[in-house]
Design a protein around this ligand. Structure first.
Ligand code: F6P
Length: 357
C-alpha cells in the first residue's frame, strides 16, 4: 500500500494536469494499492490540511486540460519559513499533516520557488519526488520544463499575428514575452516568429543599437520592425546598477514595463509609430501543445515509477534527450539562464537578428 500526497505550486502552466495524469495512471496501473491525497492550492493545502482524495477517474479526461485540477498558489520560500498570521509554523504544519496522513511520499509539481520548499521538506525528513513545471524553462538540472513549449507556441502566434498588421501600417511593434528573469521563452518565440530584434535579460541592450537596427531596416526598404522583448529585459546602464539601486529605480518607474520604456525611447529618437502588445497570461493558458502532452506524460509516469520504487529526494528532469533523476539539492536555489555564448544566440545573430548588444 502506498499513500501519496500530490500538489501543484507556483504559477500554473499548460500540462500540469497531463503530468499528474502520468503519475496517477502509472500508480493505478501498477497493481499496487495506492491512495492519492490531492492537496489544494499548492503548499497552502499541505499546511492547512486541505485535500481531496484522487481516484483513478480523476486522472481521466485531463490530458488536454490547461491549469491544474488541484489549484495552485504562490507561497514564496521566504514566507514558508515565517509563521502565519495566527502564529502557525508552516514547515511544522506540513510535516504534521504528512505524518498524520501516514504518507509515504509527496509528489510536487512546480518551478524554482516550489523546488526550494520541496528541498527544505526533504531536509526535514519527508520523502519527496518533484516534476519541473514552468513556462520560463529556468529550472536548473533539466534541459526543458513542461509548459515551456506550449508557451513558445502562444508567444510565437502573437508575433505571427503582429507581422501582418505591422507590415500594413509600417510600424515598429514590440511584443512583450513572459519569462521572469530569463530569456528562453523570448529567444525561442522570437526566432520562431521571425522577430528582427530580440531583447533578453541575459544580454543587456543598448537603445542606440536598437535604433540603428530599425533605421538600417528602413534604409533596406523594410517598412516595419518587430521586437520580441522579454519582460525582464534590461538596458546596459541598468545592468550596472546594484540590485538595491535597480529595485529603487523600479519603485518610481513611470512605465507599466520595460517594453513601454523602450517604445517611448524609439518614438523620441526616430519619430516612428510604435506599438506595444503584451500577450501576458495567455502564454500560460489553454491546452498544452502535443509536445508538452507527451513530455509531461513521460515525466509523470517516470515520477510514478520512482514513487513505486521508493526512490525519493529527486526531480524527474530531462538531459540530452533522456529522462533523468536529479537530486533536489542540486536543483534548489539555482537559476538556469540563456548563455549569451550559446549556439542558438550565435545562430540567431547569423540570421540577422539583433540582440541590441
Ligand atoms: O513563472 C511563470 C510566470 O508566468 C513568469 O513568466 C511571470 O513573470 C510570472 O509567472 C507572472 O506571475 P503572476 O501570475 O503571479 O503574475
Amino acid at each position: 500500500m502506498k499513500r501519496i500526497g500530490m500538489l501543484t505550486s507556483g504559477g500554473d502552466c499548460q500540462a500540469l494536469n497531463a503530468a499528474m495524469r502520468g503519475v496517477g495512471k502509472c500508480l493505478f496501473n501498477s497493481g499496487e494499492r495506492v491512495e492519492i491525497y490531492g492537496f489544494l492550492e499548492g503548499y497552502k493545502g499541505l499546511i492547512y490540511g486541505n485535500f481531496r482524495m484522487l481516484a483513478s477517474t480523476d486522472f481521466s479526461g485531463i490530458l488536454t486540460k490547461g491549469g491544474t485540477i488541484l489549484g495552485s498558489s504562490r507561497t514564496p520560500f521566504k514566507q514558508i519559513k515565517e509563521p502565519d498570521e495566527n502564529g502557525i509554523d508552516k514547515v511544522d504544519a506540513m510535516k504534521q499533516n504528512y505524518h498524520k496522513l501516514r504518507l509515504d511520499c509527496l509528489v510536487i509539481l512546480g518551478g524554482n520557488g516550489t523546488h526550494k520548499t520541496a528541498n527544505l521538506l526533504r531536509e526535514e525528513g519527508l520523502n519527496v519526488v518533484t516534476l519541473p513545471k514552468t513556462i520560463d524553462n529556468d529550472l536548473w538540472g533539466t534541459d526543458m520544463t513542461f509548459g515551456f513549449q506550449s508557451a513558445v507556441n502562444i508567444a510565437t502566434e502573437a508575433i505571427d499575428c503582429i507581422h501582418t498588421t505591422a507590415a500594413s501600417h509600417g510600424r515598429v511593434f514590440i511584443v512583450e514575452v513572459m519569462g521572469h528573469k530569463v530569456g528562453f521563452l523570448t529567444l525561442n518565440s522570437g526566432i520562431a516568429g521571425g522577430a528582427d530584434i530580440i531583447l533578453i535579460p541575459e544580454i543587456p541592450y543598448d537603445i542606440d543599437k536598437i535604433i540603428h537596427k530599425i533605421e538600417e531596416r528602413s534604409k533596406n526598404g523594410r517598412r516595419f520592425t518587430i521586437l520580441a522583448v522579454a519582460e525582464g529585459a534590461i538596458s546596459k546602464e541598468d545592468s550596472k546598477l546594484s540590485k538595491k539601486e535597480y529595485k529603487e529605480k523600479l519603485k518610481n518607474y513611470k512605465f507599466p514595463s520595460v517594453s513601454y520604456e523602450i517604445a517611448q525611447q524609439i518614438r523620441e529618437k526616430t519619430g516612428r509609430d510604435v506599438r506595444v502588445t503584451v500577450p501576458g497570461h495567455t502564454q500560460r493558458g489553454g491546452s498544452p501543445c502535443p509536445y508538452d502532452r507527451v513530455f509531461a506524460s513521460r515525466l509523470g509516469s517516470e515520477a510514478g515509477k520512482m514513487v513505486l520504487d521508493g526512490e525519493y529526494g529527486c526531480m524527474v528532469g530531462y538531459k540530452n534527450r533522456e529522462i533523468v533523476k536529479v537530486p533536489l539539492e542540486e536543483v534548489a536555489g539555482k537559476l538556469k539562464m540563456v548563455s549569451p555564448d550559446s549556439g542558438v544566440v550565435r545562430e540567431a545573430k547569423m540570421l540577422g537578428i539583433s540582440f541590441g548588444d
